[in-house]
Ligand binder design. Structure first.
Ligand SMILES: Cc1ncc(COP(=O)(O)O)c(C=O)c1O
Length: 406
């Protein structure tokens, strides 16, 4: 391994660029790609455990009882759910009846599952009531309809929209959560509480989720949202839990500065530390994004119109970040990660759409057909959002868990 000063921004002791190739969680990425095939999502169990340890430490500094619910929409790979389950103190944040079923199949008890979802049908609400998981609702309509399906006295949470935009939303309007479809405006909270009472439901949780990819520059917006949440607490007589959702980000570029856990926890301590409530959170990206890399094979190197187009055996059907969200992925040459950049290329996928571009004008080492590339971070909202568009199939996934035996 080269001197620390020369190492790329994305590496650490779990993801190491060696002269002979990229090593994730102790396993050479090229060897796994050759035995398992590509496109391949690889996940480092240790990187997930490291993040959980950091999160627990920060939560402890808030001074409230706390509960972590892993947002399984980020990645529901069975090995990963088993890993989370084995931690014992982490529950599941689900967002649909099928996620609830999957979590129960993975060994989580209904009492360990919290569901937060929107635009729920009567069919959804009946399934959730039958499953006995805790639900956070965000419309008067859903409260009324859930009351018909759930037993009298069932406990629910209310999701509030603090009306701020933060994280990736600041750059991409489609990621905007404030004043969008999700959450009750704070001014509607009294109506929601009245409806809950009429429906025979007890409100025990106040919830918010600000969106995705909170950065250091969002500290003010986060604090403002916490202040909105804190102002609602006295209005809910049976309140026990304040759930502040997910949203802590991963780095996608060298100059990204995700909101650090200690700054996040310090803000929570200032606004909610004296509340005496249980603090819940629902991290997805924070726990799994940096744990994952997507490995693809270069099948085409083509010169056209003054550009070098590098075609790979994956498309936007298996990773939607660059095309759908306009969030970049770092591209790393798997067997020569430390080679100096030799040329500027555009990396494109195998879906029949001109927009199927993974990375435009990136500087990479010399690339030949048959080479392997890694895209990162790819552990969150990669495989879980993949589709079979163009019948290209779903990607392979593999959890590398040296300690636990993969
Ligand atoms: C209600 C809720 N909680 C938690 C999360 C997880 O968010 P993240 O991956 O940003 O941590 C999401 C993601 O959409 C969500 O909708």
């Amino acid at each position: 391994m080269k001197e620390t000063a020369t190492l790329p921004w994305w590496c650490d002791r779990r993801l190491i660029p060696e002269g002979s190739g990229l090593v994730l969680n102790g396993a050479p990425v090229a060897d796994l790609a050759s035995s398992l095939g590509t496109p391949l999502y690889l996940y480092s169990a240790s990187r997930v455990r490291d993040r959980l340890a950091g999160l627990r430490e920060s939560l402890a500094s808030v001074g409230l009882d706390s509960r972590i619910y892993y947002a399984m929409k980020a990645n529901r790979h069975p090995g990963l759910l088993d890993l989370i389950r084995a931690e014992r103190d982490v529950g599941i944040d689900a967002c649909s009846p099928r996620e609830v079923e999957t979590a129960i199949e993975a060994g989580f008890r209904p009492g360990e599952i919290s569901l937060t979802a929107s635009m729920l049908s009567n069919r959804d609400l009946a399934a959730l009531a039958a499953s006995r998981v805790h639900v956070n609702l965000d419309t008067v309509s859903a409260i009324r309809r859930f009351g018909r399906a759930a037993p009298r006295g069932a406990r629910i949470g209310l999701r509030v929209d603090p009306g701020v935009d933060a994280g990736y939303a600041v750059a991409a309007s489609k990621l905007s959560y404030g004043r969008a479809k999700l959450g009750l405006p704070a001014a509607r909270l009294p109506d929601a509480l009245d409806e809950a009472e009429r429906a025979g439901l007890a409100v025990d949780t106040l919830h918010m989720h600000l969106g995705w990819g909170l950065q250091e520059s969002d500290a003010g917006a986060f604090d403002q949202a916490l202040a909105v949440l804190a102002a609602q607490i006295p209005k809910i007589p049976d309140l026990q839990v304040v759930n502040i959702g997910g949203g802590l980000g991963a780095r996608h570029r060298e100059d990204d500065r995700p909101l650090a856990l200690d700054a996040w926890a310090a803000a929570v301590r200032r606004r909610l530390g004296g509340s005496g409530l249980t603090l819940a959170c629902e991290p997805g990206t924070l726990l799994v994004a940096a744990a994952g890399v997507l490995v693809v094979e270069v099948n085409t190197v083509n010169e056209k119109d003054g550009r070098t187009w590098v075609g790979v055996d994956a498309g936007h059907n298996i990773n939607v970040y660059p095309l759908h969200y306009k969030i970049p992925l770092e591209v790393v040459h798997v067997t020569r990660p430390l080679d100096s950049p030799a040329r500027v290329v555009t990396i494109v996928g195998n879906i029949n759409e001109a927009g199927d571009v993974f990375a435009q004008d990136v500087r990479l080492p010399e690339i030949r057909e048959g080479d392997l590339l890694a895209f990162l971070p790819a552990g969150a909202y990669g495989a879980s959002m993949s589709s079979d568009h163009c019948l290209r199939g779903n990607p392979r996934e593999f959890l590398i868990d040296k300690e636990g035996g993969s």
